[in-house]
Design a protein around this ligand. Structure first.
Ligand code: HEM
Length: 509
């Protein structure tokens, strides 16, 4: 029996996007002195996931790379409990870079951070109400910070009013997490639901397979282990992973001018047509409205505040006429269930389960969505550019992009699968020669057709093809972090004996 959720132990970002804290910066740190770092961590006012009456004024979250955990003295035995992807890192293995599409201009050899010699140990995420970020940053540092850390980079963010730099409303669709632990998720799921098992994001809880995702545990005999919960299903161990998750961070630079100038050049007939093409590439209009009708029946787990823009599936658009198969949001979340869409019932369903159903091109081209959801928590950077400004040639267009963040329990099955099999793959949903129209790197695949196409099917069966799409998004840095529970942060800071030096620390929650 899984114990109920203790929100006081979970970092707040898992539950909240901190949308009212519109100022944020992400500090990438290396540890200069492990004792001093542990001492700072003991006093760091990390925000938890308890709902407060009034929105918080500030928030602080902390993550660690494998290198950071090693620096803090975590044993190799315990580290072996973390997933292979986390231990290997985002940039360390050429095969992984190829799979993620990090080649050509996005090759880690060009990255500003996240590669050998530029690998952060600690990620400090700072959030504040407008005008309070620098004050909050100083308060968080307190004394002892300079002895503990060197700042490798400070990723600044900007408030673009809920829109990403290309000008589309962002942050609309998120999975709902089963905080009440009511789902028994092992059964077949015949229709799409937006509610997913808590164990799809947090370690230490059953996932969509009804199992515990591999997680780091320590022996109950470890002298510092008493701050950690007993591991579910392994009573002689304490769970270092429970209530924590993995955090994927990628700096994605967007060529806003390039995007709108290309779209404009394809549609000489006028701004309305360019808007249509851009919306087809994203899968939503700029204001966030979906391209197809909303579902009449409520979809479980769609929050009422987003229902007007998010209560839909692609079941009513099986040929991709309204929202092309290759559109960013249709790739990122095909909104399908365990059986091929549209759902079939009775004898047909039975035949499909046995693998004897009709086999058209789309029938099993996508995996079931529920095993591949991510919680997105990224923030934009750079200034807002209007379409009119983007269409003017300018040498000094500034830099824009997203510090993309997602939270998952399984990096390989969730982020890496989504990024490689659905977004970057040039064979998706029975299409070839094209990858995500926003994110694709357009690098040629040896011996294969070009990868820079985008298909728009029409009612009459004609499929328009846009060719020679340039690369709009370049990866400039990235790493996999562990976002531990508050108990795990206490465990990791165990060796600190430097309490007095920090007595002057002022933390504001
Ligand atoms: C610069 C890069 C990116 C841009 C400009 C971008 C833009 C957008 C926009 C405009 C939406 C629709 C609004 C919403 O539902 O929030 C969206 C949705 C989404 N994006 Fe991205 N995105 C980017 C990168 C990524 C990456 C790297 C991933 C995953 C690896 C991703 C996964 C998703 C997912 C899962 C959704 C929600 C789909 C749904 O449930 O309908 N995006 N993105």
């Amino acid at each position: 029996m899984t114990a109920p959720v203790d929100f006081s132990q979970i970092q707040g970002l898992v539950r909240f996007g901190y949308g009212s804290l519109t100022e944020a910066s992400f500090l990438l740190l290396t540890i200069r002195d492990a004792d001093a770092a542990r001492a700072w961590m003991r006093f760091a006012p990390v925000s938890n996931a308890i709902e407060q009456e009034a929105p918080p004024k500030t928030a602080l979250q902390i993550g660690f790379t494998r290198e950071g955990l090693e620096c803090l003295g975590l044993s190799q035995d315990t580290l072996a409990g973390f997933s292979i992807e986390f231990r290997a890192g985002m940039s360390g293995v050429p095969g992984r870079s190829r799979m993620l599409g990090d080649i050509g201009k996005s090759d880690p050899e060009h990255w500003a951070w996240g590669t050998a010699g530029k690998m952060p140990h600690v990620l400090v995420l700072l959030y504040a109400q407008p005008g309070h970020l620098s004050e909050w940053s100083e308060a968080v540092k307190g004394t002892g910070w300079d002895a503990a850390f060197d700042v490798l980079a400070c990723l600044r963010t900007s408030d673009l009013g809920g829109f990403e730099p290309f000008g589309f409303k962002d942050g609309i669709s998120q999975p709902s997490l089963d905080w009440e632990l009511k789902l028994r998720a092992t059964n077949d799921q015949p229709t799409y639901t937006n509610l997913i098992s808590l164990g799809e994001v947090l370690l230490g809880y059953p996932n969509e397979y009804g199992r515990y995702t591999d997680r780091p545990v320590v022996s109950a005999d470890d002298p510092y282990a008493s701050v950690l919960p007993v591991a579910e299903g392994a009573a002689s161990s304490r769970d270092l992973g429970r209530d924590g998750c993995y955090l994927v961070l990628r700096t994605l630079k967007q060529n806003v001018q390039g995007f709108w100038q290309f779209v404009n050049a394809q549609t000489a007939s006028g701004p309305e047509q360019s808007d249509d093409l851009a919306a087809a590439m994203v899968g939503r209009r700029r204001d966030g409205s979906p391209l197809g009708p909303l579902s009449e029946a409520p979809i479980p787990g769609i929050e009422s505040k987003t229902a007007a823009q998010n209560q839909f599936t692609f079941d009513t658009d099986p040929n991709g006429v309204r929202c092309p198969f290759g559109a960013h949001i249709r790739r990122a979340n095909p909104r399908n269930a365990d059986l091929p869409t549209p759902p079939v019932r009775g004898l047909q369903r039975f035949l499909q389960i046995l693998g004897l159903g009709t086999n058209d091109l789309q029938s099993d081209a996508k995996a079931s969505t529920r095993f591949h959801r991510i919680v997105r928590r990224g923030r934009e950077y750079g200034s807002r550019v209007t379409i009119e400004e983007a269409l003017v040639e300018s040498e000094n267009a500034g830099t824009h992009g997203i510090h993309f963040i997602c939270l998952v329990a399984n990096i390989a099955r969730q982020f890496e699968f989504l990024q490689s099999a659905w977004l970057m793959n040039t064979k998706f949903d029975a299409m070839t020669d094209e990858s995500d129209p926003l994110l694709g790197n357009r690098e040629p695949v040896p011996g294969a057709a070009p990868t820079d196409t985008f298909t728009r099917p029409h009612e009459d069966g004609v499929r328009d093809k846009i060719h020679s799409i340039p690369q709009f998004v370049t990866v400039e840095g990235g790493a996999y972090f562990f976002l531990p529970s508050l108990a795990a942060i206490r465990y990791l800071s165990r060796d600190s004996d430097d309490f007095l030096a920090h007595a002057s620390f002022v933390g504001e929650q």
